[in-house]
Write a protein that binds this ligand. Structure first.
Ligand code: AMO
Length: 438
């Protein structure tokens, strides 16, 4: 099949804009070929673009032979441009169709396709991710990424309205912040460097300069687990605020989550319908369970976790069944939280750390940070880290104000908003233990 150039042809309308009002007008539409049919006296095909679909109908008696032959050549998912006249008809799905005068095959799809984007032939997730370019053409994929887009827009808008400025911090770094075992090494000229696990240390320093900062960026975790909620490259929304404590940033997080859910419900009705998902906007204030409360609830439900241990996945699942919707877990043991988290003044074995859960899924974690230089050095040592490796960080933290913040996983938030069970569905090209391509 010959590949034709777009040349002087430009799209005049999206398919959704083709309405009976345009009757008899000449239009140019561009998109992907769907089903092609030959029904005795007519040949027709569906053209889909980002807005929807329109039927292109060629009555055999009235259409040029060459054009009819071209329709026969069309393969599903090929990119085409169609010039033609709008005709009002009861036969077409939207009461309107286009009678073509010219069809240009901009890029033909070779057959068989590695995947059926219409989903009539079911494929497993691995096959879908291998052919992600086609998989993302499915209406469900488009719905997920539109929801992700609108959630992020709502979040950016919320933070900017609350006087945050957006920043970008380095992704090639010299030290771990979350846990040394989960670092990806990269070669940095004659030295070893790492991919950043979190903008944590930079955002803390920035509170001394800009007071309220946020960043939306990649975080890299060399975690070995292969689970439906872990990625090796994720997107984190991070904030850090000067002159506040954990309670204040939990209020911000609560407001922001409510806004994201409300905006998605308002702006993505069609997308939620495609996914068959009806999210409820969480109500403020979110329940705030202490770590001890969580352990007690779990024990009553038959799951015993020794004090001081993190909640393993089965315990999170159980807790998510007991406490519905969004809730915080606060007052975590200091020993299981990172070095930068502030111990509680009156009980240092506990910390001013929190996690935001959505049912069984951890969406965010954060806390009040250590701003006191000596305490920071002491906590680094307690965690078995060498303060010398943080020398320049400590230097940059001079007289940084008391501050607090959190990191919220955008991929997991998208799971919660879309009712998706596997985080890979919410990431364009996921990176996991086994997957580095496409
Ligand atoms: P934490 O490590 O809890 O905290 O990460 C914050 C949030 O990021 C998301 N997330 C992940 N999502 C998918 N796959 C992963 N492997 C993954 N790891 C993390 C989660 C998680 O709740 N510096 C702190 C944040 C802070 O205190 O400001 C941090 O990185 O949704």
């Amino acid at each position: 099949m010959k590949l034709e150039g777009i040349r002087n042809l430009r799209r005049t309308h999206l398919s959704i804009q083709i309405t009976p009002k345009l009757s008899e007008k000449e239009v140019v539409v561009m998109g992907r070929v769907g089903d092609v049919r030959d029904l005795g006296g007519i040949k027709f095909f569906i053209l889909s673009d980002i807005s929807g679909a329109i039927q292109i109908t060629a009555p055999k008696a009235k259409t040029d032979k060459k054009l009819l032959m071209k329709i026969d050549e069309l393969t599903r998912e090929s990119s085409v441009a169609v010039k033609g006249k709008v005709v009002v008809t009861k036969q077409a799905p939207r009461g309107v169709e286009i009678l073509p005068s010219e069809i240009r095959i901009l890029n033909p799809a070779s057959t068989p396709l590695p995947l059926d984007p219409q989903g009539r032939v079911k494929a497993n997730l691995d096959t879908r991710l291998d052919a992600r370019g086609l998989d993302l053409r499915r209406p469900e994929s488009l719905a997920i990424f539109k929801i992700r887009h609108h959630a992020l827009q709502a979040i950016r808008d919320y933070l900017v309205k609350h006087d945050f400025i957006e920043v970008q911090t380095p992704k090639i770094v010299a030290t771990a912040t979350e846990s040394g075992a989960a670092l990806f090494p990269v070669s940095y000229f004659e030295r070893e460097a790492f991919l950043s696990q979190s903008p944590q240390l930079y955002k803390e320093v920035l509170t001394g300069c800009f007071e309220r900062v946020f960043e939306v960026g990649p975080i890299f975790r060399a975690e070995e687990h292969d689970t439906p909620r872990h990625l090796n490259e994720a997107t984190s929304i991070d904030i850090e605020v000067a002159y506040v404590t954990a309670d204040d940033v939990m209020d911000i997080l609560e407001g922001l989550i409510v806004r994201a859910f409300a905006e998605v419900k308002k702006k993505c009705e069609k997308e939620l319908e495609v996914l068959g998902h009806k999210p409820e906007v969480p109500r403020k204030p979110f329940p705030r369970l202490t770590y001890d409360d969580a352990l007690n609830k779990l024990e009553q439900a038959g799951v015993k976790i020794p004090w001081g241990e993190d909640l393993p996945t089965p315990a999170e699942k159980k807790l998510g069944g007991l406490v519905k919707g969004a809730y915080f877990v606060v007052d975590w043991p200091s020993a299981i939280k990172p070095f930068y988290i502030h111990p509680k003044k009156d009980d240092p074995k506990l910390s001013e750390a929190f996690d935001l859960m959505f049912e069984e899924l951890e969406l965010a974690s954060g806390g009040t940070r250590i701003h006191e230089g000596e305490l920071l050095v002491q906590r680094l040592k307690q965690k078995g880290l060498n303060p010398d490796n943080f020398e320049l960080h400590i230097k940059n933290m001079v007289a940084v104000p008391p501050h607090a913040g959190w990191g919220l996983g955008l991929d997991r938030l998208t799971m919660a908003l879309t009712g998706t069970e596997n985080v890979r569905e919410c990431v364009l090209f996921p990176r996991d233990r086994k997957r580095l391509t496409p």
